[in-house]
Design a protein around this ligand. Structure first.
Ligand code: AMP
Ligand code: MG
Length: 347
């Protein structure tokens, strides 16, 4: 394991060639490079090198049963990663790549078993960030890159979050400022018939159904004590250290009243709130992190807000469940996991 992480600042829109060259050489030498994508920062290693991939699991403390996403620089790298690619994959890729859509396909022989947790399928995407693309092109190998956080912690949306979790455990950190979407990619399985949404994310379910009307989504979550039959189904994830209580219901006024009652009855409680909710509960004078006034702003701020509330050493965080449409579905999924299922249904 490296003793010190070399942090290299670079221009998000015009990444300096020297920085990319150091980073790509590190990837090809079997090292770890954290880099920005449009969703969150990734922890990258050569996806064709089993020993390098093993370093990702070790650094994150991630169980070997949770497979990684391979990132590619272009369609031409598809055969390095996947086989039997269906027409629908090409259609989706044409529409949404580069971008926050991950496709699960049959894996090709060159991908080591630990990369896919022993599955014969592989998750892959083409990211939409000049730094990620420059690194992928320079290294000319697919790069395995899960989010660059400790396992089950909120994903990193800026370089400081990566350092908070992984300083000394990664060779190079490319710092190009905050990411532009803030939640992870949408994961779509094309090895199931009909295709299945495995994780809501940066591309909305509505946009995907416009291309693939048969797409199924049946959210299922497992507790910590249950064995996960499918990767990514673990319930407690993206979690702050404080207990998160998520309030849901159609009657907004009733939900507000229930949130207020909960806050008033507790010590050491904080609020994760839209701008409107922050105003509404301002009189309670409790630690508050705001998520802005729409789903896009909330996605950008969610993980940073969880980390900020955590630094205040709270016992409980109260939040309102977002509407499950557009990017709101990804927010709902992350909040539900952060709450480890403790959702308060207000009727
Ligand atoms: P992360 O990159 O940390 O956001 O996590 C990647 C997620 O991709 C995993 O937790 C899985 O849910 C999912 N994933 C990766 N490979 C596969 C696969 N072959 N089949 C299904 N899901 C996958
Ligand atoms: Mg992750």
């Amino acid at each position: 394991m490296p003793k010190q992480t070399q942090v290299i600042r670079l221009d998000a829109n015009a990444p300096e060639a020297a920085a990319i060259s150091i980073a790509s050489r590190t990837i090809l030498a079997g090292g770890l490079v954290a880099f920005p994508t449009e969703t969150v920062y990734g922890l990258g290693a050569n996806a064709l090198d089993a020993a390098a991939v093993a370093k990702i699991f070790a650094a994150k403390g991630r169980p070997g049963t949770d497979p990684l996403i391979a990132h590619i620089a272009g369609f031409d790298q598809l055969p390095l990663v996947a086989r039997d690619v269906p027409d629908l994959a090409r259609k989706l890729a044409q529409r949404f790549w580069p971008g926050p859509l991950t496709l699960v396909l049959k894996k090709s022989g060159g991908i080591p078993d630990n990369m896919t947790a022993g599955l014969d399928t592989v998750a892959l995407r083409l990211p939409d960030h000049p730094v990620a693309l420059a690194l992928l092109r320079a290294a000319a190998v697919p790069i395995a890159a899960p989010s660059a956080n400790k396992f089950s912690r909120p994903s990193p949306t800026c370089a400081q979050h990566v350092l908070d979790d992984l300083a000394g455990l990664v060779d190079i950190l490319l710092d190009a400022g905050p990411t532009s979407i803030g939640v992870e990619s949408t994961i779509l399985s094309l090895v199931d018939d009909p295709p299945r949404l495995l994780r809501p994310g940066g591309v909305s379910l509505e946009a995907l159904r416009a291309v693939c009307p048969a797409l199924e989504y049946a959210p299922h979550f497992l507790g910590d004590d249950q064995l996960a039959p499918a990767p990514g189904a673990m319930l407690r994830h993206y979690s702050p250290r404080a207990r998160l209580l998520l309030f849901a219901g159609d009657d907004e006024a009733a939900v507000s009243a229930a949130m207020r009652a909960e806050i008033v009855g507790r010590d050491n409680v904080g609020l994760l709130a839209s701008d409107a909710d922050a105003l509404q509960f301002a009189d309670l004078n409790i630690p508050t992190e705001t998520l802005g006034s729409n789903a896009e702003e909330a996605a950008l701020r969610l993980f940073a807000a969880m980390r900020a509330l955590d630094r205040r050493g709270l016992d409980t965080i109260v939040a309102r469940a977002p509407k499950k449409q557009g990017l709101g579905l990804a927010l709902w999924d992350r909040l539900l996991r952060a709450a480890a299922g403790s959702i308060v249904e207000v009727t």
